[in-house]
Design a protein around this ligand. Structure first.
Ligand SMILES: NC(=O)c1ccc[n+]([C@@H]2O[C@H](COP(=O)([O-])OP(=O)(O)OC[C@H]3O[C@@H](n4cnc5c(N)ncnc54)[C@H](O)[C@@H]3O)[C@@H](O)[C@H]2O)c1
Length: 285
């Protein structure tokens, strides 16, 4: 991977999944890494992998929802490496639960981590990225930032918000002539711990949801996802769709417009009838 050698890259949520893979791929490409997470063990694992590659690394506990800490952290990273070129606002959590049963505090938590975490990271690092003369903000949304699904309103809201925020930022940087590129990332199903770490509404079988995600939806490896993201960063793409499922779903939504909603609910109704029939529970509620 070209274009990353010597660059200072910040990755949040680097203790697992896409964040860990991004950090490792960046390290392999010659970048210097500032990695953070709330999962200290996962973070230590990523730090170990980076050291094994020989990549310079600064590892810190950071909760992306803690704004003051994030602002102070940005200054520390600048002081440590002398400059900062890229921030990957990647930290995120999953959620499952219909609006009717979702608790306010869970919806707020999903917004805090998945949306405000991205805002905090972007605003904390933007002055340093501009000063570097060669900056890049990479914000991780989701395919769920392109279309909505029942049970995903909290997650959809945060990921749509990340998309809106990121697309506005890219235009603002271009208009102002600042040396900062901006990329929105929309992964499809990636084989990570996202479903196992997700918040679930009461009454949801968390194990079943996580197993379904792992078996049916998570198709792309984190390493492949990281490579696709870095390729898009290198080419200064406004948007990167990660995985064939993301590309397919994006196409469905663009072709059908709001019609995808009827399509998806029809499909989900059929699928749940079929699965109830297979379990012999159809008609039992
Ligand atoms: N896996 C997928 O299928 C998928 C699809 C679309 C988008 N995404 C997005 O990709 C990003 C990475 O997710 P992943 O799939 O690698 O999941 P993951 O659970 O494997 O990793 C997420 C990491 O974020 C960390 N984290 C959670 N809350 C945090 C906080 N408050 N502060 C700092 N770190 C925190 C976790 O500790 C974890 O290490 C997320 O934004 C997620 O929404 C994932």
């Amino acid at each position: 991977m070209n274009g990353f050698a010597g660059k200072v890259a910040v990755v949040t949520g680097a203790g697992s999944g896409i964040g860990q893979a991004l950090a490792v791929e960046l390290g392999r490409a010659g970048a210097k890494l500032a990695i953070s997470d709330i999962d200290i063990d996962g973070l230590a694992d990523t730090e170990r992998r980076l050291k094994a590659i020989g990549a310079p690394v600064k590892a810190d506990h950071l909760d992306v929802t803690e704004r003051e800490e994030f602002l102070a952290y940005a200054d520390q990273v600048k002081q440590h490496f002398g400059t900062v070129n890229q921030i990957y606002n990647n930290a995120g959590i999953g959620y499952a639960g219909d609006i009717q049963v979702a608790r306010f505090k869970d919806i707020e938590r999903v917004m805090d981590v998945n949306f405000w975490g991205v805002v905090n990271g972007t605003k904390a690092f933007l002055p340093h990225l501009i000063a570097s003369g060669d900056g890049h903000v990479i914000n991780v949304s989701s395919v769920f930032g392109l279309f909505s699904l029942p049970g995903q309103a909290a997650y959809n809201s945060a990921k749509f918000a990340v998309r809106g925020f990121t697309e506005a930022l890219r235009q603002e940087m271009m208009l102002a002539g600042h040396p900062v590129k901006v990329t929105a990332v929309h992964p499809g199903g990636i084989k990570t711990s996202i479903a196992r770490n997700a918040i679930m509404a009461d009454g949801i079988d968390a194990e079943l949801v996580a197993a379904n995600f792992d078996k049916q939806f998570a198709r792309t490896s984190p390493q492949r996802a990281a490579q696709l993201i870095l390729n898009a960063v290198h080419k200064d793409k406004a948007r990167v769709l990660v995985g064939p499922d993301a590309k397919f779903l994006d196409l469905v939504v663009r072709v059908t417009g709001s019609g995808y909603q009827r399509m998806f609910t029809t499909f989900l109704k059929l699928a749940s009838t079929k699965s109830a029939e297979l379990r012999g529970t159809a008609g039992t509620g």
